[in-house]
Design a protein around this ligand. Sequence first.
Ligand SMILES: Nc1ncnc2c1ncn2[C@@H]1O[C@H](COP(=O)(O)OP(=O)(O)OP(=O)(O)O)[C@@H](O)[C@H]1O
Length: 310
Amino acid sequence: MPGVTLEVRELSKWFGSRTAVDSVSFTVHEGEVVGLLGPNGAGKTTTIRMLSTVLTPTGGDFAVAGVPSSRPADIRARIGVLPESAGYPLHQTGLEYLMYHGRLFGLARDEARQTAVRLLGQVGLADRAQTRIATYSRGMRQRLGIARALVNNPSVVFLDEPTLGLDPAGQREILTLVRTIAEARGTTVVVSTHTLPEVEQACSSVLIMNRGKVVVSGSVAEVTNAEAAGRQSGHLRVPPDQVARASEVLQRVPGVSVEVSKDVVTVTSADGMNTVLSAVLDAGITLLSFEVDGARLSDAFLAMTRGGSS
Ligand SMILES: Nc1ncnc2c1ncn2[C@@H]1O[C@H](COP(=O)(O)OP(=O)(O)OP(=O)(O)O)[C@@H](O)[C@H]1O
């Protein structure tokens, strides 16, 4: 089991009387990519800003690679951050920019140059190392920002909405990069996003926030299935000559209502789908396919954050 790189305990932030983050706890392991999801105002950015020591928590604490939040300077040495709206010195080249940040972390000049060259290669900017950032596209700037977040070889990288404003190709590049960082370097990545297919594609686990609280956490599959288990609608496809029999069998199951359209039997059950499946299989009916409503992360997200935006 990979080691714990980020441990968050009952972290809270109040702005005056407004609670932005409300007693949030979670644990993340080495090499994990965690998607931080939630509607506008859910508390994602505030959480990232506390974990990256920009904001002081009102309550709770956390540890990065075992270093407690009471030592913010030591935490900063172990993390990398791509803020929500990162600004760049447009007159500098990508190489100069990364070398400058390497130097800030105490690297000697040669070491800073080697690190900058290596990182530019990793984020696909080797051929633009000597051109000014002013000429970079938005996607290239985001990749440069990710390279900067890696300059100090961090244990945990926080990326706040890294794909915002990018076209589909740019989004794909960033997500591929995020996965590579986690897999090749064993770095933990916490990425906040609104774009659900991205989480399904790039993240190993997900935290859904709403109104300052974590409403659900787990692997992408666990979160999706948890929501599906709470719903009771499913669609069964059976051979055309067995549709009538399936409908008859299911209507006898307590708490189940049945609708038939062509060879698809749609059932709603008060007891979940297990009783439905058992009844069909016990009657010897052939099941060609079976789908439960809400088995996608987007459905889980909508169900769990309903009415949450503020
Ligand atoms: N500096 C601040 N002063 C007062 N309230 C704040 C401050 N920063 C955030 N908030 C409030 O805290 C809540 C959480 O905001 P936060 O930016 O963390 O949400 P978010 O999930 O990142 O939203 P978005 O997806 O829109 O970026 C919001 O209600 C916001 O208005």
